[in-house]
Design a protein around this ligand. Structure first.
Ligand code: SAM
Ligand code: SF4
Length: 325
């Protein structure tokens, strides 16, 4: 469907849990977030029912996220059920990779053909400092397992943090030299604990990569559901991407909305504006009425984020793990 600014909205990120088996310093507090009880989280049946409504609104692409989506039991079953809804073109996943090794086969069988793995370093000690868990080996196992399915598109997402993982940026990009995976640098957003760190600009990462790998070729065209800009370095098997929501704002092409694990439809990452869909579902509203409320809300999607504007309105106070990235 089109929103009030004529943007096609065909993509939703659905968070299935706020829980996580890592504690990334820019995303979660050390002790984890206050746990939401199971009954407050949308059930799989509720999520599937909503997906059937979203499809009628023009949603074609669904990303399952969290918290860590793979810590919720039966995620492949949910993926399979959503995948089977007529009109849904793809169901993809973003994960920290810790449980990917053991679940990849089931995810593949469920129809998942694109997996994003978040990984900020290849150094075990640094991984532990960033995620507060000693689980890099499990993530690497997960990547290996996923790479065993050649028709699954694998992307590695790295958040560059000044003074934290700087020495790893060139190495992270180097994964795409060896393997046919896309490595993408995601600009740190000033949300939740992200406000306590400093990200790095696309330009300065590009400068570092140029020193190591030479000048890249800009790639044009669409390579997925998102706003990533891709470049190709000579001799690389995969591409390098940049998603820079603050310094290279792409709101005019935004195609997405988000559903939190508690069933709140968020229209823009920054604002709290949205719809308490859980209340509609559990208040006995019919699909037609939910459809109408969601349509009206999506039409009103804000024009752009204003992260760089001081004292803006309704700013999101939740951690990214609550929103789903
Ligand atoms: N646990 C899964 C994972 O890590 O991929 C899914 C949820 S996580 C919130 C989704 C993405 O958000 C991850 O790639 C993570 O690095 C990113 N993220 C978390 N906080 C962020 C922030 N403040 N700025 C930019 N990206 C952030
Ligand atoms: Fe967990 Fe993902 Fe947040 Fe890291 S970024 S704490 S893996 S939800």
């Amino acid at each position: 469907m089109l929103d009030q600014y004529g943007r096609t909205i065909d993509y939703i990120r659905i968070s299935v849990t706020d829980r996580c088996n890592l504690r990334c310093i820019y995303c979660m507090p050390e002790k984890g977030v206050e746990q939401v009880s199971h009954s407050d989280i949308l059930s799989y049946a509720e999520i599937v029912r909503l997906c059937r409504i979203f499809v009628r609104l023009g949603i074609r692409h669904i990303k399952l996220t969290g918290g860590e989506p793979l810590v919720r039991k039966g995620l492949p079953d949910l993926a399979k059920e959503i995948r089977s809804i007529p009109g849904i073109e793809d169901v993809t996943l973003t994960t920290n990779g810790v449980l990917l090794g053991e679940q990849m086969k089931a995810l593949y069988e469920a129809g998942i053909r694109s997996v994003n793995v978040s990984l900020d370093t290849l150094d075990g000690d640094m991984f532990q400092r960033i995620t507060r868990r000693d689980l890099l080996d499990r993530v690497l196992e997960g990547l290996k397992e996923c790479a065993g399915y050649p028709d699954v598109r694998l992307k590695i997402n790295c958040v560059p943090l000044k003074g934290v993982n700087e020495e790893q940026w060139v190495k992270m990009a180097g994964i795409a030299r060896e393997y046919p995976v896309d490595v993408r640098f995601i600009e740190l957003m000033p949300i939740g604990f992200g406000k306590e760190y400093h990200g790095e600009t696309q330009e300065s990462i590009q400068k570092r990569l140029k020193e190591a790998y030479g000048s890249p070729r800009m790639l044009t065209g669409s390579f997925g559901n998102g706003p990533s800009v891709y470049v190709a370095y000579s001799g690389f098997a995969g591409r390098i991407g940049f998603i820079s929501a603050i310094s290279h704002k792409f709101c005019s092409q935004c195609n997405r909305v988000r559903l939190t694990s508690e069933g709140y439809l968020k229209l823009c990452l920054q604002y709290t504006d949205g719809v308490d869909v859980r209340e509609l579902l559990r208040g006995g509203k019919a699909d037609e009425e939910i459809f109408r409320v969601l349509k009206e809300a999506i039409e009103q999607k804000p024009r752009d984020h204003q992260f760089t504007v001081k004292n803006g309105r309704h700013f999101e106070q939740h951690e990214m793990s609550r929103i789903g990235g």
